[in-house]
Design a protein around this ligand. Structure first.
Ligand code: BG6
Length: 488
């Protein structure tokens, strides 16, 4: 079923997220006929575009950023007819009158009901101000009986438990909890949703999914990319806030949760929150932080983090985090979980690796004598795949065991278009489905978990910071850090 006719209002319309992700995703949805019949995207930003100027700019961006290749002019024209723009200073509540007028005009001319979806694609320091201004203009409440309001809030949602709670309280005083969609784009990724199906639709996996059969679990999100042009943002965030508190925690929630009694948004989110509630408190010794220094990839020199634009010359912000932690519950007691994430590493790799225990008695020689042969690898980044590793006899040998891999590649499902994360999540919010969005309790619990580390690092900014060359595998174990880096 298609979503209701509505207007999507994007704050931060002249920014990077809009041009790289949001508009290309909306175009793909449009091209696949998944958007409602009467639907308008209204861009809002400070830049003084006219509607025509904005459309012209976005036409070029779409040609550049659409993953499915350059679109036909006709389709592009019909999509852009639905794109409007209003220039206003989002810091100045008085200017929101212009927005209200524009919305009223679009609703009148396009015959759209009182259904508005707001998207905050702006720096987080603007969230509260925009929400306040929406309240002052009365745009936060639907006037029609069957109207609705929804607001999508980008990450980072707060920078500590305290700030996240404050922001939650503030937004909840303006919108209802069920109207707030805290986006974590990792949850829109196909393989991530597939964790649930793999676990809860397959007896063979679910029956092994516990401390009796699993040795450890590794979750990685490693990137060759640096911080791009986001020095200012990254300085205040670092890898812990940029990747761990949200993306990696959410992946872990799906891997570790119990089966909900039904596939229902609230029941699912209850289970994720329960996992977060069972996390064993972290101590700084369980977390390693690194920062890249100058290095090279394929003979091309790369600057140090401290030389990047917008970064302090003596910055102690981490661009790499490795951590080990435990979940104190019946299923996971004693099983170590590892997170690895970093920028400017040798390879880009986002995956979840389930390491199964070794057999109790080893009969054969070969590579699996020390470690277990059995691993399940869920590759989260494109091309998405799932691999099951197990031991087999090397042909012709005596009884030598070799680890082999049975691989399923998502793109082998012919004719199946794999939607990107933003397409999926935008469509969900348009339909009022919050299953793949983060609820307040889970969000606050994830901050509660990493807050001791945030505080410890703020108190002693340089302590324990290790350096690694850009383009390398990341920090090498030093002293007793070996245990945390051992799953590498
Ligand atoms: C973003 C982070 O949320 O996720 C970026 O801010 C990171 O630093 C990105 O590069 C990774 O997402 P993806 O989908 O490209 O793996």
């Amino acid at each position: 079923m298609k979503p209701d006719n509505h207007i999507l209002i994007i704050f931060g319309a002249s920014g990077d997220l809009t041009k790289r992700k949001l508009l290309p995703s909306l175009f793909e949805l449009f091209d696949r006929d998944m958007l409602p019949e009467r639907f308008v995207v209204l861009g809002v930003a400070r830049t003084k575009f006219t509607g025509e100027g904005f459309r012209k700019e976005q036409r070029e961006n779409l040609k550049r950023f659409l993953k499915s290749g350059e679109p036909a002019d006709k389709t592009l024209d019909s999509f852009l007819e639905r794109v409007h723009y209003v220039a206003l200073d989002t810091d100045d509540a008085r200017e929101y009158r212009l927005l209200a007028e524009k919305i009223a005009e679009i609703r009148r001319t396009e015959d759209i009901p009182d259904k508005l979806l707001f998207y905050l694609a702006v720096p987080p320091q603007n969230y509260e101000r925009i929400a306040d201004a929406l309240r002052e203009t009365g745009l936060n409440r639907a006037q029609e009986e069957r109207g609705w309001r929804r607001i999508i809030v980008e990450k980072p949602f707060g920078s500590s438990l305290e700030t996240a709670q404050r922001l939650n309280r503030h937004l909840c005083s303006i919108f209802g909890e069920d109207e707030i969609y805290r986006i974590d784009h990792f949850l829109g990724k196909e393989t991530v949703q597939n964790i649930l199906v793999l676990r809860f639709a397959n007896q063979i996996f679910e029956s092994l999914w516990n401390r009796n059969y699993i040795e450890s679990i590794e979750i990685r999100a490693e990137e060759t990319l640096g911080i791009e042009n986001r020095g200012k943002y990254y300085e205040g965030a670092g890898a812990l806030r940029d990747m761990v508190q949200n993306h990696l925690m959410q992946l872990m929630g799906f891997v570790a949760m119990e089966a909900p009694s039904a596939f229902d948004a609230e029941l699912m989110r209850d289970e994720v929150a329960k996992v977060f509630r069972s996390l064993h408190p972290l101590s700084p010794a369980d977390v390693i932080r690194g920062q890249y220094v100058a290095g090279e990839v394929d003979g091309k020199p790369l600057p140090a983090y401290r030389e990047e634009q917008g970064v302090n010359a003596d910055s102690t912000t981490e661009t790499y985090v490795a951590m080990r932690f435990y979940i104190d519950n019946w299923r996971w007691g004693g099983v170590p979980f590892y997170f690895y994430t970093g920028k400017r590493l040798a390879k880009s790799k986002s995956e979840i690796i389930i390491h199964f225990k070794n057999v109790p008695h080893r009969l054969f020689t070969g590579m699996c004598t020390q470690d277990s042969c059995n691993e399940l690898v869920l590759k989260v980044d494109a091309p998405e795949s799932i691999s099951l590793k197990f031991g087999l006899k090397v042909p012709g040998s005596f009884f030598e065991v070799k680890r082999v891999s049975m691989d399923f590649a998502y793109d082998s499902l012919c004719n199946t278009y794999i939607a990107n994360a933003y397409e999926r999540l935008l469509l969900d919010a348009m339909q009022g489905d919050s299953t793949l969005y983060t609820r307040t309790d889970a969000l606050e619990l994830s901050w509660r978990f990493i807050d001791p580390i945030v505080r410890a690092w703020a108190e002693k900014p340089a302590e324990g910071l290790v350096f690694y060359p850009a383009g390398s595998e990341g920090p090498m174990p030093q002293g007793d850090q070996g245990d945390v880096l051992c799953a590498k």
